[in-house]
Each structure stands twice: as structure tokens, then as C-alpha cells.
Ligand binder design. Structure first.
Ligand code: CAA
Length: 379
């Protein structure tokens, strides 16, 4: 078993680290405070190939492996989790699904600009009354022959206003329950599509989370992904990879907070020595470092399984479950180590603490991950 990264993986990690320091760090506090989407930074991420990292170069992507994706996600998330969720959704939930299950025409028309970062995508599964219980889709896609008539509301959609390509799950055959759901590609300028309210969030405030409304939207039949009724399996399979991205985001939030706490503890003096000289701080740092390393190994293992073409549903849920809980614990402790300074924005850790919480909620709550894991272990 090798734990070493390749030259290429190391280069990608360094490139993401440099980008985060030079392009994301300046302005991150302001974007968080004013809920400002990182438009310029996302454009640059696209030009550098971070928005279609794992897509084949044949379709405009960078052709990298999932391990590189985890490394990049960790580095970007250390500094700005609002920008990294854009990277994660576009890569894992949109490009991956289109490349794996889309028709050749869909790939040429939609995947290429998404992978090149010329356009952004959104994944639309959640509804006001269908979050964890994803089979209970109320949005309908009535089969009208050449097209589907789409009606309904989606909630909590990341990239809701910045996307131009939306993968929308909707029910076509209610009597077949989850086997009646379809995944449709909806374009932003289709008649009847409307972007709703922007959510005023606790964390990842720089990302744009919106509700979406569909009123008699005519979606051409050729925009359906896969066979009739494949939409739920499409969504579940896509989320397996998405959970690796969010696990790596949680890992980055944790390691970002840990690095800040480590550095601060070596500078801050109290009782005639640095607080790093106090055993109370040392034990906290030891626990944080250990848990972060365990989370990192889970993320890399899940990515490795995916790269090998092996099943990874259980591994990705384990990585997400554990890394998100580590992110929460680590960021709370990082604020504690900073004392009063940790409570003010300039020191970054309070933002990381707020950002950590969403990693236990989106792309399946911690409870959903436990359902997936327990089903696998009880098989
Ligand atoms: N791949 C392929 N098929 C799968 C699958 C997978 N990973 N998981 C389940 N399926 C299939 C099952 O085999 C089953 O098929 P059959 O009927 O043919 O046997 C079918 O899907 C239904 O599966 P279940 O019976 O397991 O369904 P369930 O109702 O018990 O739900 C669940 C399972 C795990 C709870 C699922 O509903 C789930 O994951 N819920 C959470 C949804 C979620 O993560 N939402 C996040 C929204 S996206 C988001 O947050 C993005 C963002 O903007 C950041």
C-alpha cells in the first residue's frame, strides 16, 4: 500500500493552495459578510481547469483523478468554502453525471462548456417537502410526446442564480414512485423557469443558494438523461461522488481552522509563555491533528476506490460523515484556542465554524450517511 502522491497530484495540490492564498483569501471576509458570490474567482477557477477536473479532455475537462480532486477541494476549502462548494457541485453533481450518463449530443452541448468553466451547473433534487426523503418528488414532468411539461419548486439549490444549466429531478409516473422519476436538463432561458429567493445563510454565505420555480416549462425529450424513469438512480449515483467532494470540503474547513489555531498558539502569550506551551492547548492540537488525518485518509480512500472503478458508496458516506463531524469539532476548538479573537471576523475561524455546519447537512445529512453505511454493513 502506497501513501505517496504522484508528481502530478502534488502539483495540483500546490496550484490549488497558491490560488486559495492569492485569489480567494483577499476579500473572503467581505464576500461572507455581504453574501457576495465569488464571480471573478470562479471564472479563474474555470480557466485553470478546476471546474471540470475529472472530465475527459475530449469533453473540455482536465482529465484528473478523484484523488487530485480531493486534494484541490481541501486546499480551496481551507480558505473559502463558499468558492469550493461551487467547484464541488459543478464537478461532482453536474459534470460527472452528464459524462457518465448523458448522450453524446448532451455531452457536446452541455458538458463541454461546463467542464471548461464557461458555464456553471446546478443539481436540483431537494424540494420544500423532499429533502432527505428524496423519493417524494412533487415536481412533475408530464410526458407530452416531444417534450416534458415541467412544474414545481426546488429548494436550497447551490449555484441557483449563477448557473445556466440545471439538472432537475421530476416525477413522470407517480404510480411507479422512485422508478417514475426523470432527470432533465433545463436551460436557464427556457420559458417558465424562474430563480426565486436567495437564502440568507449561517455559513457558506458567498455561495448563492436559491429556490427555483418551474411553471409549464417545455423541456425537449432529448434533454432527458438516460432511460425513462432513471432519474432517481441517476441522482443517487451522482450523490455518491458528490459526497467525496463535500467530505473533502469538510476536511479543508477542519485543516484550515487547525492551521490557524496552531499558528496562533505559537504566537499568543499568556502566563509568561505561549499558549502552545500549555498542556491544555497541546492536547487540543493533538486531537485535532489526529482526527484531521483520519478524515483525510477516509477521503483519499473513497477517491481511490472511485479511481479504481470499485464500489465507493459506503466509503464516500463514511468520509462525509466523519469529515463533517471533525470539521464541526475542530472549528469549535479553533475558536476556543483563539479566545476572544476567535469570536471576531478578522481571525477567520468563526467563519470556518459557521461554514462547517452545512457539511453535516447538504448532499445528505449525517443521518442519511448513517443509513447508507448501515445498509451496506448489514448487507
Ligand atoms: N446508486 C444507484 N441506485 C441507488 C443508489 C445508488 N447509490 N442508492 C439507492 N439506489 C436505488 C435502489 O437500489 C432502489 O432501486 P430499486 O427500487 O430498483 O431496488 C432505489 O434507488 C430506491 O432506493 P432506496 O429504497 O434505498 O430509497 P430510500 O427512499 O430508502 O432512500 C436514501 C434512500 C439513502 C435515504 C436517499 O433518499 C438519500 O440519499 N436521501 C438524501 C438525498 C440527498 O442527499 N439530498 C441532497 C440534495 S443535493 C445537494 O445538497 C446538492 C447541493 O446543492 C450542495
Amino acid at each position: 500500500m502506497y501513501f505517496e502522491l504522484t508528481e502530478e497530484q502534488l502539483m495540483i495540490r500546490q496550484a490549488a493552495r497558491d490560488f486559495a492564498q492569492t485569489e480567494l483569501k483577499p476579500g473572503v471576509i467581505e464576500r461572507d459578510e455581504h453574501q457576495k458570490f465569488p464571480t471573478e474567482q470562479v471564472k479563474m477557477l474555470g480557466e485553470l481547469g478546476f471546474l471540470g477536473m475529472m472530465v475527459s479532455p475530449d469533453y473540455g475537462g482536465s482529465g484528473m483523478d478523484a484523488i487530485s480532486y480531493v486534494l484541490a477541494m481541501e486546499e480551496l476549502s481551507k480558505i473559502d468554502a463558499s468558492a469550493s462548494v461551487v467547484v464541488s457541485v459543478n464537478n461532482s453533481l453536474v459534470c460527472y453525471g452528464l459524462e457518465k450518463y448523458g448522450s453524446e449530443a448532451q455531452k457536446q452541448k452541455y458538458l463541454v462548456p461546463l467542464a471548461k468553466g464557461e458555464k456553471l451547473g446546478a443539481f436540483c433534487l431537494s424540494e420544500p417537502e423532499a429533502g432527505s426523503d428524496a423519493t417524494s418528488q412533487r415536481t412533475t414532468a408530464v410526458d407530452m410526446g416531444d417534450y416534458y411539461l415541467l412544474n414545481g419548486v426546488k429548494n436550497w439549490i447551490t449555484n441557483g442564480n449563477s448557473a445556466s444549466t440545471y439538472l432537475v429531478m421530476a416525477q413522470t409516473h407517480p404510480e411507479k414512485r422512485h422508478n417514475g422519476i426523470n432527470a432533465l436538463i433545463v436551460e436557464r432561458d427556457m420559458d417558465g423557469f424562474k430563480v426565486g429567493t436567495k437564502e440568507n445563510k449561517l455559513g457558506i454565505r458567498g455561495s448563492d443558494t436559491h429556490s427555483l420555480m418551474f411553471t409549464d416549462v417545455k423541456v425537449p425529450k432529448e434533454n432527458r438523461i438516460g432511460e425513462d424513469g432513471f432519474g432517481f438512480k441517476f441522482a443517487m449515483n451522482t450523490l455518491e461522488g458528490g459526497r467525496i467532494g463535500i467530505a473533502a470540503q469538510a476536511l479543508g474547513i477542519a485543516s484550515g481552522a487547525y492551521e490557524l489555531a496552531l499558528n496562533y498558539s505559537k504566537e499568543r502569550k499568556a502566563f509568561g509563555k505561549t499558549i502552545a506551551d500549555l498542556q491544555a492547548t497541546q492536547f487540543k492540537l493533538a486531537d485535532m491533528a489526529t482526527e484531521i488525518e483520519a478524515a483525510r485518509l477516509l477521503c483519499l480512500k473513497a477517491a481511490w476506490l472511485k479511481d479504481q472503478g470499485l464500489p465507493y458508496a459506503q466509503a464516500s458516506s463514511m468520509a462525509k460523515l466523519y469529515a463533517s463531524e471533525v470539521a464541526m469539532r475542530t472549528t469549535v476548538e479553533a475558536v476556543q484556542i483563539h479566545g476572544g479573537y476567535g469570536f471576531v471576523k478578522e481571525y477567520h475561524v468563526e467563519r470556518l465554524m459557521r461554514d462547517a455546519k452545512i457539511t453535516q447537512i447538504y448532499e445528505g445529512t449525517s443521518e442519511i450517511q448513517r443509513i447508507v453505511i448501515s445498509r451496506e454493513v448489514l448487507k
